[in-house]
Design a protein around this ligand. Structure first.
Ligand code: NAD
Length: 499
């Protein structure tokens, strides 16, 4: 890069540790690549081991100091302030996230506009964290108290950086924990901007620290190994989770894992077909296919299979691929060259395994998009559940349309997967809808809708899709410990050795 080109990049030169903007001690500067152009657009500071040490020490002293002593209603006030600031700055965050991740602005705007609800709702829970009394007999008085787990390392992925942050930060702060946030190295910018909101809201120093960095052999690994971190809240790939689990084993941390998915999206012949097609196409291709919740296995009842394939092909031609910041763009690029190559290799495997590529499968021809990581929305017909495109998480806009016959087969195919994060089903027969929903092994089942996720709705996976739940009361619980206190009402304790 020439000096002139470097000067045009946005510079984020500091980490946010202990309420201060500091230069990395043993990290450095990384280029954040704009996936629409393949070129750097920002230079961002990243942390090393000493920076993580500093951040953990700051988080610990905030926990032992002002934050740990702050009553719930005051924590609530700070979270509400953060929610207000977040709402005001959501348009700026949406543009930055589109630039950093490549996700189209028409997706990031509504998504990020909604995030303040997470902070606001968890604010409302801060002063409602209490235990219970447990009746036994009149010789004891027993009660439980709920306490923050402690220092939390929050490690987030690149596909929805601000959403996955809100899912962790909201409940962690409501519970009274302190946090070190480590965003993905591909998309670090919005987390740094969030740190400026934390500062503006007036949280005490050290309550939230933001240290961008690498995963393996970087800030992520140091956080997971650090004996001063009590819990790792992680969203990302299953294989990373396994590495993290081993790294955290020595210090026996708590973990929550939000991992991948390979959701079945079942369309029965008696569905409201227009809505089912709208949901199935958009939820196969949203975020350029890079979301854990997407329905990439579309299971279609045989009697309507050809009709659904035709509808997918037609809809595919309506998707406008383009620059993420253009408000007309439906689909931006994949987030990285690596992700694009991975998607292309799955498309090749689909072809080789005998699925019928009926739409997409290539990079768009437009000259404007030539340097970016763009890919057409893709449809495979005649797919079956043994193919790699149906078994493995592609994280690209690739729909595998799989025919089935009857309720039992739909349930069998839906559950024939190592994942269990989300699932969707479409039927106007209410009895059947409930029967099938009850048999699906997934943490979230949508009936006659798809991707409905709110701050109140617990979200997380069965099987290889994760441990624990984000959102709702369940997420708050995961940042709390329970202490049981037993008080004798007589203060008498017999000597067991005097016989
Ligand atoms: P990833 O596992 O590669 O990286 C996630 C984060 O972990 C990044 O911040 C990365 O730097 C860090 N990391 C990597 N190696 C590490 C290590 N050894 N120690 C500590 N940290 C490390 O995942 P990704 O590619 O960024 O994200 C895509 C994955 O995330 C997909 O599998 C997707 O399904 C999953 N995801 C799940 C959910 C959910 O809620 N279930 C939501 C979004 C994404």
């Amino acid at each position: 890069m020439t000096n002139n080109e470097t000067a045009q990049l946005l510079h984020y030169k500091h980490l946010y540790i202990n309420g201060e903007w500091v230069e990395p001690e043993d990290g450095g500067m990384l280029d954040s690549i704009d996936p629409a152009t393949g070129k750097p657009w920002a230079i961002v500071a990243y942390g090393g081991k000493r920076d993580i040490d500093k951040a953990v020490a700051a988080a610990r002293s905030a926990l032992d100091g002002p934050w740990g002593k702050m009553p719930g209603h005051e924590r609530a006030e700070l979270l509400r302030k953060l929610a207000d600031i977040y709402k005001r700055r959501a348009p700026e965050l949406a543009r930055l996230e589109s630039r950093d991740s490549g996700r189209a602005l028409r997706e990031t705007i509504p998504d990020i506009n909604a995030h303040s609800n997470w902070y606001m709702w968890y604010a409302s829970l801060c002063d409602k964290i209490w235990g219970r009394t447990i009746p036994m007999d009149d010789s004891v008085h027993i009660y439980t108290s709920r306490l923050p787990v402690g220092v939390v390392g929050a490690i987030t992925p690149w596909n929805a950086p601000m959403l996955t942050t809100a899912w962790k930060l909201g409940p962690a702060l409501a519970a009274g924990c302190t946090v070190i946030l480590k965003p993905a190295e591909l998309t670090p910018v919005t987390a740094i901007v969030l740190a400026s909101m934390i500062e503006e809201a007036g949280f005490p120093a050290g309550v939230v620290n933001v240290v961008p960095g690498y995963g393996q052999n970087g800030a992520g690994q140091y956080l997971t190994e650090h004996p001063g971190v009590d819990k790792i809240a992680f969203t990302g790939e299953g294989k990373t989770a396994r590495t993290i689990l081993k790294a955290g084993a020595d210090s026996l941390k708590k973990f929550s894992f939000e991992l991948g998915g390979k959701a079945p999206h079942i369309i029965f012949a008696d569905a409201n077909l227009d809505s089912a097609i709208n949901a199935a196409t958009s939820s196969a291709w949203a975020v350029c296919g890079q979301s854990c919740a997407l329905g990439s296995r579309v299971l279609v009842e045989k009697t309507i299979y050809d009709q659904v394939v035709d509808a997918f092909i037609k809809r595919q031609t309506q998707v406008r691929i383009g620059m993420p910041l253009n408000e007309r763009t439906h689909m931006g690029p994949q987030a990285s060259a690596e992700q694009l190559a991975k998607t292309m290799s799955y498309i090749e495997s689909g072809r080789q395994e005998g699925a019928d590529l009926v739409a997409g499968g290539s990079q768009p021809k437009s000259q404007e998009l030539a340097d970016g990581f763009f890919i057409e929305p893709t449809v495979f017909a005649s797919a079956n559940n043994n193919m790699r495109i149906a078994r493995e998480e592609i994280f690209g806009p690739v729909a595998a349309l799989i025919p089935f016959e009857g309720e039992e087969e739909a349930i069998h195919i839906a559950n024939d997967t190592t994942y269990g994060l989300t699932a969707g089903l479409w039927s106007q027969d209410i009895g059947k809808a409930h029967r099938v929903a009850a048999k699906i092994r997934a943490g979230m089942v949508w009936v006659n809708t798809y991707r409905y996720i709110r701050w109140t709705t617990p979200y997380g996976g069965f099987k290889a899709s994760g441990w624990g739940r984000e959102n709702g009361i369940e997420a708050l619980d995961s940042y709390l410990e329970t202490r049981t206190t037993v008080v004798s009402t007589t203060a008498q304790f017999q000597n067991p050795y005097n016989d």
